[in-house]
Design a protein around this ligand. Structure first.
Ligand SMILES: Nc1ncnc2c1ncn2[C@@H]1O[C@H](COP(=O)(O)OP(=O)(O)OP(=O)(O)O)[C@@H](O)[C@H]1O
Ligand SMILES: [Mg+2]
Length: 341
């Protein structure tokens, strides 16, 4: 692979909203490494104390239930990830749910970073024209000359020219921006249009252990490309009633891709996100999800916390932004589950 580009530094230009925001509202990790929201979200000391007590109560309740996790099942024994003496060929995972805002991008960044902490080499593919994955890793999509769009549409552009290193050791990024929205239309006329992503990933498959593809919230041709390239699908599912609707359609699409385009495709797991252990609603949705999908549901559940929106502004994963937070611990646990599956 040729020398990857340097990670983009937060620009000092007026266009760099993320950089200026981070100076104003975000506490440093040293100040806030726990799970409590930062000062700007708390109006008084009293509320902070109340939240601390609630969090303690929740932790106590979890301990009291004899190792029963939020899924209502006992935690499964997960072996330590075995060390690797060589890398590749990569397993490709599509992070997929056509519902918007369920934690696909957040999970792609943080699972990627947690896999890298386990010594895995990871390529993150931003396959959403919104470019949120690129932004979440501190890259300004509108400043990019070449993106995944050029790799899939122009045969002369090699994937290794466009992949760039990120600030996270062991994690590389194939970035995207709004240009990718044109690909959906342009690909329709191509021969083997569903296999385009699979074809362009081939030259780097031996450089990585995991390729995580962050899909856009739709079941269009880009998502079908991600599913055709994938060995497994991870479905982030918000712990909210309406998120259960639409999963049937997603599973139906996965089955069609399995049948017609990619027989090796498998559902690696369902990841419950934005879980609030204090609400009955979250618990009820969780119970429904486990009832419907059984063991496919990961034991790891991602709680709702303001730390994740903070990491997006900071442009780095929670594992480096707040390494001791419960959010970081959760994605590390998820990485262990993914390696074990
Ligand atoms: N566990 C969480 N707790 C609280 N907020 C979260 C959590 N996970 C993600 N978020 C926030 O929710 C918003 C949506 O998350 P994210 O962008 O990861 O979802 P998505 O499924 O990729 O969305 P889209 O469908 O638009 O691509 C973001 O602002 C993110 O910071
Ligand atoms: Mg997203």
């Amino acid at each position: 692979m040729s020398t990857p580009n340097e990670p983009a530094k937060p620009s000092a230009s007026a266009g760099s909203a993320a950089a200026s925001l981070s100076q104003v509202t975000i506490a440093t990790p040293a100040e806030h490494d726990g799970d409590e929201p930062s000062e700007d979200t708390i109006s008084s000391r009293g509320r902070k104390a109340k939240r601390a007590k609630e969090a303690k109560d929740v932790k106590q309740q979890e301990r009291d239930k004899d190792g029963i996790g939020p899924t209502g099942r006992p935690y499964r024994e997960i072996p330590d990830p075995p060390p690797l003496d060589r890398h590749g060929p990569a397993l490709v995972m599509a992070m997929c749910n056509q519902k918007g805002g369920v934690g696909k991008t957040t999970s792609t960044i943080n699972l990627g970073a947690a896999l890298a902490e386990c010594g895995r080499r990871v390529l993150l593919v931003d396959f959403d024209p919104q470019g949120a994955l690129s932004v979440g890793l501190g890259i300004q999509p509108h400043e990019l000359d070449q993106t995944v769009y050029n790799v899939i549409m122009e045969r002369s552009v090699s994937i290794t020219d466009v992949i760039r290193k990120t600030r996270v050791d062991g994690v590389d990024l194939l970035p995207s921006n709004i240009d990718l929205s044109a690909a959906e239309v342009q690909l329709v006329a191509e021969v083997g249009r569903e296999h385009t992503l699979l074809r362009v990933l081939r030259p780097v498959m031996n450089d990585y252990d995991y390729v995580l593809v962050d899909c856009q919230p739709s079941l269009g041709l880009l998502t079908v490309n991600a599913l055709t390239a994938a060995d497994g699908v991870i479905i982030p599912l918000e712990c909210e009633f309406f998120s259960l609707r639409g999963v049937a359609l997603l599973i139906d699409t996965i089955e069609k891709v399995q049948e017609r385009l990619n027989p090796k495709l498998d559902i690696t797991g369902i990841l419950a996100t934005m879980y609030d252990p204090r609400t009955l609603h979250s618990k009820e949705v969780m119970a429904r999800v486990v009832e419907a999908f059984g063991d496919t549901v990961f034991d790891t559940v991602i709680n709702r916390t303001v730390r994740f929106p903070e990491t997006t502004v900071a442009g780095e994963p929670i594992t480096t932004w707040a390494p001791k937070s419960a959010g970081a611990a959760a994605y590390r646990a998820l990485a262990r589950e993914v390696i074990a599956r």
